[in-house]
Design a protein around this ligand. Structure first.
Ligand SMILES: C[S@@+](CC[C@H](N)C(=O)[O-])C[C@H]1O[C@@H](n2cnc3c(N)ncnc32)[C@H](O)[C@@H]1O
Length: 349
């Protein structure tokens, strides 16, 4: 949980400049690392039943007792677990977001976030010096097979946070039958749209390395008759045609503007006249939310480090869509994750 300084601490650290506010960022980095370690050790799963002492927890996670006790104290101070009569148990927020069997669980995404901050960002300084990624994200993923899984499971965690809101906000044309999910990864958005619209079928188009998790997700959700996968590289391969809706979710931040125009032109070619394009992104709008501002700026740095790209504004996306023949562009904000938003457009002809 984010560290929440009390009023006095805020005054000293953030308003009066009497102490270094930087300490909060330092503590935030340590806190996140402690949570990652706790997830890997299985601490939260262990504390999901009756409250346990540190010794009992250490025994169950097969770890050192003193180390475990210190980790539990840190997690308690951070608000991830509660302590009563010397025994620890998860808080309701931890049970909701971090337990693996919770429907809103983000646990599958923790290894991805951890690898981003503590592995990929080791190259950040060099990327900034060179002006391009020191190690491209997809080359990094190709180096070890399980990194593709970590990546797609990270995307599933994000999807679990926003999918319901996206499906509630995006009204598909009632006659829509076919949906193309461009770089759809795990396929969860396609699955949710198909559940909401019984007449709809979807194709998740993605690289072969990504689609293993997709096939598993589709099978686990029992949607194999409505959601198909298509292996391909959208820079090289044909996207086919005849679609009523195209999702382009978390894709444009990976490309420079000219490439986005090229990709969106290709997506337009796959859509029927009057077809709907839905883009989801972290959008660098002028927002009042400081969390959204920070998220979109830090993610811009992340995409630069990974893929030489960045986050974009609504005007940027709007401009590309107009150039390749879309009209009636509109933006919708998403509340579940600050900084995330949707841009919709209609294929003109
Ligand atoms: C950030 S993920 C987004 C996944 C999903 N759309 C979502 O929003 O959760 C980007 C996806 O684009 C896919 N991708 C990247 N380059 C691609 C290409 N050239 N052809 C097809 N898919 C690609 C990746 O494999 C990955 O699944």
């Amino acid at each position: 949980m984010p560290i929440e300084p009390n009023l006095f601490e805020r005054l000293i650290l953030l308003k009066l400049n009497k102490g270094p506010g930087l300490i909060l960022d330092f503590l935030g980095a340590q806190a996140f690392r402690a949570v990652c370690v706790a997830v890997r050790l299985g601490v939260f799963e262990t504390l999901s039943g009756a409250p346990l002492t540190a010794a009992q927890t250490a025994h169950q996670i097969k770890a050192n007792e003193r180390g475990t006790a210190l980790l539990l104290e840190a997690l308690e101070a951070l608000g991830y677990i509660k302590k009563k009569n010397g025994r620890y148990v998860n808080t309701p927020l931890t049970a909701k977001w971090l337990l693996r069997n919770s429907p809103t669980s983000l646990a599958c995404g923790i290894p991805f976030l951890e690898s981003m901050v503590f592995d990929r960002w080791e190259h950040l300084e060099e990327s900034i010096r060179r002006g391009k990624p020191a190690l491209y994200g997809y080359d990094w993923a190709d180096q070890q097979p399980d990194r593709w899984r970590i990546y797609e499971e990270g995307m599933i965690a994000v999807a679990r946070m926003v999918a319901d809101e996206v499906v509630a906000k995006v009204k598909l044309p009632p006659t829509g039958r076919l949906l193309l999910d461009v770089g759809g990864g795990h396929g969860l958005y396609s699955i949710r749209f198909c559940r909401r619209y019984p007449g709809l079928s979807a194709t998740v188009f993605d690289l072969p390395q990504a689609l293993e998790v997709t096939r598993e997700t589709i099978a686990a959700e029992g949607m194999g008759d409505r959601v198909a996968v298509q292996e391909g590289d959208f820079w090289i391969d044909d996207l086919s045609a005849g679609y009523d809706v195209a999702l382009v979710f978390n894709i444009v931040h990976a490309n420079l503007p000219d490439k986005n125009t090229e990709l969106l032109r290709k997506v337009a070619g796959a859509l029927n006249r009057g077809g709907l394009i839905v883009i989801m992104e972290q959008i660098t709008a002028k927002v009042s939310s400081s969390t959204a501002r920070v998220l979109t700026r830090l993610q811009a740095l992340n995409y630069f480090n990974n893929l030489e790209a960045q986050t974009y504004s609504f005007d940027d996306i709007n401009g590309w869509l107009t150039k390749v023949g879309f009209t009636n562009q509109r933006a919708l904000s998403l509340r579940k994750i600050p900084g995330f938003g949707l841009v919709l457009g209609t294929k003109a002809n």
